[in-house]
Design a protein around this ligand. Structure first.
Ligand code: FES
Length: 63
């Protein structure tokens, strides 16, 4: 996944920002939302956001 890819247009949250939230300790979509505000406006990105968070969690926690 490209770090600069925008996931949440409303809050301007990229894959890189989500990865950073996970590095800072977020372990669920809700925790990523609390740190980044992703998915807290129109909500249209929520399904996509969940998929990205799950993929990144798997990737980062395997390391
Ligand atoms: S695009 Fe993410 S809340 Fe609107």
């Amino acid at each position: 996944m490209k770090a600069h890819k925008l996931i949440c247009n409303c809050c301007n949250v990229t894959v890189g920002r989500i990865a950073k939230a996970i590095q800072e300790g977020a372990r669920s979509v809700e925790e990523v939302q609390a740190k980044t505000k992703a998915g807290t406006c129109c909500g249209k990105c929520r399904d996509h956001l969940r998929g990205v968070v799950e993929a990144l969690l798997e990737e980062q926690l395997e390391k």
